[in-house]
Design a protein around this ligand. Structure first.
Ligand code: FAD
Length: 398
């Protein structure tokens, strides 16, 4: 079906850019519309497991990403107050050996720049910035997009990759139903130089505590350290990457935590905060000539570090389905068949991790170590993560 097919992708985030590259690679005439006038990503890190790296490699991007990312030696769990440490998994040789690709930790801006510059190189003039979709309509043959500046565009099909506040999803299925999860996410990126030695080790660390957890990992070959601190609170409900809080507020949220965590917090210039919402999973993502991907259709709590990985997988599976089927409706059905069950499992698995990471037993020194040893035993860890990492979006049946 790809010959002469003109597809619009709405939203040049990580999922939209991946889909656009994967469609372009299969001969589709693709145009990417993005609301912002200047494309940029927030200052934050991303963990990318082998399942996502496999897709990015198929787009010819592995070497470019590997140059700017960090390849940690492993990942570990630490207890919030004592700092006692357990191995979580080996992300170096073992990820390569078992899943075919390493686990990379990367600055979002570096991943975004790599995807964007490659798309602009392969499809010059096809990234249209300053195009905020306001509404759309479809008939038997086309989709018409109406933008905030009054312009319109007509294509054979449209993919809504416009994130958690998706206009495309609302246009197809009505607004979503956000419910506050009770958790607020703090984030910051700090230069590694000047931090305590223990914070500069080449490991990703999940600090777990009774009412919160902290994820800490190296970026840019260890030059930077990424901090994400999740805390249970009920007094903040704004879901945005761009709202700052104060160091004092963040410090209070992690009162009593290990000195390593507190010194990392003190090194953050302006900590940013985001209220994490839960949304119901969707039984269907497509109608006629329009479908969805990424956070637009399966937003998730970040507790499995898989939201962007899922958006990246979606992009290539959708492109494969469009390539393999003669009718768009069949391609969309095959895409949903391949993707909904897996992404729903990520949404529920992430929510389950909230209970595990913030378990009240962690407050009790007599029980905490036993709890961690049991929950992070290697067989349990394999059960929670192997199905994610071994998935091959390039060969799943479509
Ligand atoms: P987005 O990245 O939101 O992109 C949407 C794009 O659409 C944007 O460019 C936006 O400007 C554009 N847009 C929106 N509306 C319109 C419109 N009307 N018209 C035109 N353009 C529009 N995931 C991981 O895999 N690993 C991690 O380690 C990880 N850590 C995380 C940590 C935190 C604290 C959080 C909150 C999330 C984390 N995630 C992680 C999840 C990940 O950030 C998201 O799942 C991912 O960014 C979703 O990508 P997307 O392309 O679907 O949407």
């Amino acid at each position: 079906m790809t010959d002469n097919l003109s597809v619009a992708v709405c939203g040049a985030g990580l999922g939209g850019l991946t889909a656009a590259l994967a469609l372009q690679q299969r001969g589709v005439d693709v145009t990417l519309y993005e609301q912002t006038r200047q494309l940029s990503e927030v200052g934050a890190g991303l963990q990318l497991s082998a399942n996502a790296i496999r897709v990015l490699d198929s787009l010819g991007l592995f070497d470019a990403l590997d140059r700017v990312a960090s390849r940690p030696a492993g990942k570990r769990v630490r207890l919030w107050d004592s700092g006692k440490t357990w191995p979580l998994f080996d992300l170096g040789g073992e990820s390569q050996e078992r899943f075919g690709f390493p686990y990379l930790m990367i600055h979002r801006a570096d991943l975004h720049d790599t995807l964007r510059s490659e798309f602009e190189r392969r499809a010059p003039g096809r990234l249209r910035l300053g195009h905020r979709l306001e509404s759309f309509r479809q008939d038997n043959d086309t989709v018409t997009m109406n933008f905030a500046d009054g312009s319109t565009a007509v294509h054979d099909a449209m993919v809504g990759a416009d994130g958690v506040h998706s206009v495309v999803r609302s246009g197809l299925f009505g607004p979503s139903d956000p419910k506050f999860s009770g958790c607020v996410a703090w984030r910051g990126v700090v230069p590694a130089a000047g931090l305590r030695d223990e914070l500069r080790v080449p490991y990703g660390t999940n600090w777990i505590g009774p009412h919160g957890h902290v994820i800490q990992y190296p970026l840019r070959g260890g030059e930077l350290i990424n901090f994400v601190g999740i805390v249970e609170r009920d007094d903040w409900s704004v879901e945005s990457w761009n709202i700052g809080g104060t160091t004092e507020e963040l410090t209070n949220d992690f009162d009593g935590w290990h000195p390593d965590v507190r010194s990392l917090i003190r090194a953050i210039d302006t900590p940013m905060k985001w209220a994490l919402n839960l949304r119901s999973t969707m039984p269907s993502w497509s109608q006629g000539r329009v479908t969805l991907l990424g956070d637009a259709c399966h937003p998730t709590l970040p507790f499995l570090a898989q939201g962007a990985c899922m958006a990246i997988e979606d992009g290539v599976v959708l492109a494969r389905a469009i390539d393999a089927h003669d009718r768009l409706e069949d391609a969309h059905a095959a895409y949903e068949e391949a993707r909904i069950e897996r992404t729903t499992a990520v949404v529920t698995g992430s929510a389950d991790n909230a209970d595990r990471f913030h378990n009240p037993l962690l407050a009790d020194p007599a029980r905490a170590e036993e709890y961690v040893s049991e929950q992070w035993a290697s067989t349990r860890v394999s059960g929670r993560y192997d199905w994610l990492f071994e998935y091959d979006a390039l060969s799943v049946p479509i």
